[in-house]
Design a protein around this ligand. Structure first.
Ligand code: SF4
Ligand code: SF4
Length: 295
């Protein structure tokens, strides 16, 4: 967990009129905060497998630039053709494996764990895993994103945040509503294809974890016993952090991926059965705090 210490009211207001008193209070606050921090428990580390390969789909200048940049950074890259145009050549870039004649048809998953269905030269189909996916412009328009095996293809969204327009959470050019799914050539961005491709490569490199990810302390968990599987939370989650599992009776229940959840609380506010809540600051925790304050 985390410890915070608010200096403004206690210290900063005294800085000019009583500097010695401000210093004493500052020391006291910091000492007490450090003491309390020593009692905190560490957050658990969610178990999560990550694949460290990046799949680049498409042969546009931006897509090829992305593959080349990642390869030069020492990262492993799989290069595929898009749905409409199989990959023509194996480029001579380090760490980039181009599957000549391949044509990616659909993909599913999120950052760290994408599955890409590819039609291979020779007429057979193969599924590849990747931790991040970069889509060329034509591939963006034609490839199917399958959120779940039982659901129809889904259109992922991408957008730059615009002043005074609400509801656009993706402010990095090239980022999409699917974490780890990146556009090589985001529309509406006035830069050269080479710069866009390089930027996409940097985005892909940055989503790869450098160590085990810890719970951030504000992620949400879902009580499977209370969840009625209505799907409202999955529909509203802007970060695609919610997927569905089946219980022993075959009914679906929602599960939050802690590595993707940003703690925005949308799912908590929309859940009709109080199944979604914070495991660290749930209703019981808040009631306890209020009781202590009122006691
Ligand atoms: S909104 Fe609540 S009840 Fe519905 S699927 Fe999500 S967690 Fe379950
Ligand atoms: S808190 Fe926000 S990001 Fe996390 S699962 Fe709920 S809706 Fe998604």
């Amino acid at each position: 967990m985390a410890e915070t210490c608010n200096l403004r009211g206690e210290v900063l207001s005294l800085l000019h009129s009583h500097p010695d008193l401000a210093l004493d209070r500052f020391k006291g606050l910091i000492e007490r905060s450090i003491k309390r921090a020593g009692l905190l428990k560490s957050f658990p580390t969610p178990a999560r497998q990550y694949n460290f390969t990046t799949a680049v789909i498409g042969q546009s200048e931006a897509a090829m630039r992305s593959a080349q940049t990642l390869g030069l950074l020492g990262m492993e890259v799989f290069l595929f053709g898009g749905p409409a145009k199989p990959l023509a050549d194996q480029p001579d870039y380090p760490n980039v494996h181009g599957f000549v004649g391949s044509s990616a048809k659909s993909l599913k998953g999120t950052v760290g764990d994408f599955r890409i269905v590819v039609d291979m030269e020779g007429g057979f189909q193969q599924v590849f895993q990747a931790g991040a996916v970069i889509l060329g412009e034509r591939a963006r328009r034609t490839i199917a994103y399958m959120p779940h095996p039982d659901m129809p293809p889904h259109e992922f969204s991408y957008s730059m945040q615009t002043r005074d327009v609400k509801g656009i959470p993706f402010f990095v050019p090239g980022a999409t509503s699917i974490p780890g799914l990146i556009l090589a050539s985001p529309p509406g961005v006035n830069l050269s294809e080479r710069i866009k491709g390089t930027t996409a490569a940097i985005l892909a490199a940055s989503v790869m974890p450098r160590g085990p990810r810890q719970n951030k302390g504000y992620t949400v968990s879902i009580d499977a016993g209370l969840c009625r599987g209505c799907g409202r939370c999955a529909n509203i989650c802007p970060y695609r952090a919610i997927s569905f599992h089946r219980n022993s009776l075959g009914y679906g229940y929602a599960v939050v991926d802690e590595a993707l959840c940003k703690g925005c609380g949308n799912c908590i506010s929309i859940c009709p059965s109080n199944a979604a809540d914070s495991p660290f600051r749930d209703q019981f925790f808040l009631e306890q705090i209020i009781e202590e304050v009122l006691a």
